[in-house]
Design a protein around this ligand. Structure first.
Ligand code: AHR
Length: 501
């Protein structure tokens, strides 16, 4: 039996809603078909955005969306994607699959999508192959309300008022696909480029994100912070509001990652162990950040994370299309629990990618759409958004074998504004249920309700059987007169409990 003690009187900080963020890239069928089908499509849409997908994402409460990449961002020239569609440049997406990119989805379409989703905007600029002028003009185009060449151009293209760019990324993976730079070289470029990411609103409306490390490259973090950070006593963090981190859960190695659906129990534990490594990364990069920013004003933005498996057999290898099973659900569960627990430093995270690519929450096939197990985890966890992290302590057994031993139970707990306590639990065992005894600091009269996502380790939804795995009502719990909540969590499952006084 596992034991969870919750001190509902000890709030540890706000869980930023952006931790539940997503990432859309011009990659495979993410943008085209997955999100955008065009105004003339037979697939029901509003201004080209497919309505089934928008509705599902609203229901999941998507808080922020990153665009246009990824590696695509450092090859993207925003002026190719504005103005009348027939005049937009047609080109080859050299990075992803060598397919035609007709630029029919550009800045206006991204902003329209975010308006329909009701989410914040995260635009990633081009440092690798773009100029300072190009980046500066993009910001002017999107955010300036006065008279200027770019604001006038925006109006000419049909948008009177500026948009809000909540987050702006100054390059992506500049240690790799974004220009193969050294940290010192990039950090100097960061200082220069970010200068021209002007605050036209005058209200500090756009948070600037500096390109951070690949996985455990702490040297990158050290050097970038040393060079790009403001060391004056004023510590002008306006120069840097966030530092990104990319980490993907790859079961084996980059050449042979492993199948998304055909895997054994040992792969299950191996994958979960690798997902749990996120905690060490946050702690160690966080320790470097603490040296420069002890007040924790610079957020660690994990703006790419998730499972990365071999592509679905028979699909374009450059599209990175993969299926999504209960293993992905548990990876999402443990990762989101880790982010919640480190909400003092992790201010945003964006799982890759929203639709039809890596660990997607939605898959589409023509007019058909399905929700993946990962979708349900995000929907079950939405109650943590903007809630207060509560102090919780867990005693749990371990499961797995040898090196691939993981805690059996994963948890995080938060307090919502309406006073409800939200507990999310994962049982990482492939085949054993676990009882969890939950106690609170105070014994008050409480009521409990909950939902569960469960199935065999490789269970997943297909277009033939889209409801094989779905969120269901959860009932295997009891509340004692002493206020102890006893819960039986089936093997391989994710549970959300709402506890009200
Ligand atoms: O998510 C796919 C790619 O992975 C992104 O484009 C890039 O940033 C990362 O290497």
């Amino acid at each position: 039996m596992a034991k969870l003690f919750i001190n509902e009187n000890k709030k540890l900080g706000k869980i930023n809603e952006e931790i539940y963020g997503h990432f859309s890239e011009h990659l495979g069928r993410c943008i085209y078909e997955g999100l955008y089908v065009g105004e003339n499509s037979e697939i029901p849409n509003v201004n080209g955005m497919r309505s089934d997908v928008v509705d599902a994402l609203r229901e999941m409460k998507i808080p922020v969306l990153r665009w246009p990449g990824g590696c695509f961002a450092d090859e993207y020239h925003w002026k190719d994607g504005i103005g009348p569609k027939e005049g937009r440049k047609k080109m080859i997406n050299t990075h992803w699959g060598g397919v035609l990119e007709d630029n029919s989805f550009g800045t206006h379409e991204f902003m329209e999508l975010c308006e329909q989703l009701g989410c914040k905007t995260y635009v990633n600029g081009n440092v690798g192959s773009g100029t300072v002028q190009e980046m500066s003009e993009w910001i002017e185009y999107m955010t300036f309300d006065g008279i200027s060449p770019m604001a006038d151009l925006r109006r000419k293209n049909g948008r009177e008022k500026p948009w809000k760019v909540d987050y702006f990324g100054v390059g992506n993976e500049n240690w790799g696909c974004g220009g193969n730079m050294t940290p010192e070289y990039y950090a100097n470029l960061y200082r220069r480029y970010q200068t021209y990411v002007r605050d036209y609103s005058g209200q500090g409306g756009t948070a600037k994100i500096c390109c951070g490390a690949n996985g455990d490259d702490y040297h990158w973090t050290e050097k970038v912070m040393e060079v790009a950070c403001d060391h004056t006593p004023q510590k002008d963090h306006g120069r840097m509001n966030g530092l990104s981190l990319h980490y993907y859960t790859v079961p084996n190695n980059w050449d042979k990652k492993g199948s998304a659906t055909q895997f054994a129990e040992q792969d299950w534990y191996l994958t979960l162990r690798k997902a749990l490594y996120m905690e060490e990364l946050i702690q160690k990069h966080g320790a470097v950040l603490d040296q420069y920013d002890p007040e924790k004003q610079i957020g660690l933005m994990v703006d790419e994370w998730g499972c990365w498996f071999d592509v679905e057999p028979g699909t374009n290898p450059g599209f990175l299309y993969q299926q999504n099973t209960m293993r992905d659900a548990l990876v999402a569960c443990v990762t989101l629990n880790i982010f919640n627990k480190h909400c003092d430093r992790v201010k945003m995270a964006n799982i890759a990618q929203l639709v039809n690519v890596l660990q997607s929450v939605i898959l589409t096939e023509g007019a058909k759409m399905l929700l993946t197990p990962t979708y349900y985890v995000f929907r079950m966890y939405k109650y943590h958004q903007n809630a207060q992290l509560l102090d919780s302590t867990l005693e749990t057994a371990a499961v797995g074998e040898g090196e691939n031993t993981v805690p059996k139970i994963s948890e995080s707990v938060s307090l919502a504004e309406d006073g409800a306590i939200h507990i999310t639990l994962g049982n990482l065992s492939a085949n054993e249920a676990e009882d969890v005894e939950i106690s609170f600091y105070e014994n008050k009269g409480r009521t409990v309700s909950g939902s569960i996502l469960t199935g065999a380790i490789a269970a997943h939804n297909t277009f033939e059987n889209p409801d094989e795995v779905k969120e269901q009502a959860f009932t295997t719990y009891s509340l004692s007169p002493q206020g102890i909540l006893k819960v039986t969590v089936p093997a391989c499952s994710v549970v959300h409990l709402e506890v009200k006084a």
